[in-house]
Design a protein around this ligand. Sequence first.
Ligand code: KG4
Ligand code: ZN
Length: 365
Amino acid sequence: MSKSLTFLGIESSCDDTAAAVVRLGSDGRGVVLSSEVEGQSSLHAAFGGVVPEIAARAHAERLDHCVERALAAAGVSLADLDAVAVTAGPGLIGGVLSGVMLARGIAAATGLPLLGVNHLAGHALTPRLTDGLAFPYLMLLVSGGHCQFLIVHGPDRFQRLGGTIDDAPGEAFDKVAKLLALPQPGGPYVEAEAAKGDPKRFPLPRPLLDRPGCDMSFSGLKTAVLRTRDAVIAEKGGITVQDRADLSASFQAAVAAVLAEKTRRALEVYLAENPAVPVLAVAGGVAANSVLRAALETVCDRLGVTFTAPPLRLCTDNAAMIAWAGIERHLMGAEPGSDLTARPRWPLDGSAAPMIGSGKKGAKA
Ligand code: KG4
Ligand code: ZN
């Protein structure tokens, strides 16, 4: 293989069909030559969640075109690549299989080495692609499908400190948006409503703050929003624009309070390892929320920890992170052909307690 590695990444584990070309730069960071992401929101909109069969079919139909576009946008051909990396899990199994089959086809036709990548490792290693972050750093992954704290010790070494035991925060934002007749995906709309509301008006629960550790729960919070909304409707015969803004703000404040306190606890565990340059990195679509970010930044400031978040397009699902995780795995000596079994569940930290339940976007880990 040449010194300057160029990898094709393929991602299809949920509702984004994605392909990207990433090159290892001379400074050790990644250069994203292209990153194509084709969402499927419109295909699932009528069903109130991602329908696995529809997702798998759409991935199978679109993936090869997506790869073609990624190669063209990067100005490279298959012959210029050093390897292919593909998400092999965790996720909706039909979609994962679509990606793995395509990647196997490309590898068979070209002779390129092929590496399976854990989707969560892709998210967790993104701050190294974008900022060249040194190990170990603490990662908070907060998206529509995931919520967990990980100490990232190495490309293949993750320590899970805790995570949600039911819904992910993005799921809760989406469900609350639905309850308040706001469009999907609901996070940005709830945030916009909340900006006009009073976060103290409705005293909503702060789930699991009374229990030690870093596990979280957001499903009961969504139910509390439903009850509060229904109580307002019963009292007044409907909810006003201001009621909706206040309820959004109260909900967002509860999520921020839980994430801030659990982050503080996760940082305590991480700091006990005396990292040379302590860093908290966040990833996932929910990391776009400015109130949540501010809450996390405050916690970091107090503890002398640097806060960082990759640009949003690399924070949400994409294939550049998969190509990069493939490069990292290659550099640590992973065998070509390894980890190619498509898996619905694939925890990053095999020693951590298994996650229970599965959300609208598939298994939690
Ligand atoms: O990482 P992501 O793009 O996709 C997956 O989870 O697969 O995250 C999407 C989630 C959605 O649930 C969306 O409502 C949420 O991120 N989100 C937000 C905001 N922007 C996106 N949640 C809260 N506030 C936001 N500003
Ligand atoms: Zn993801």
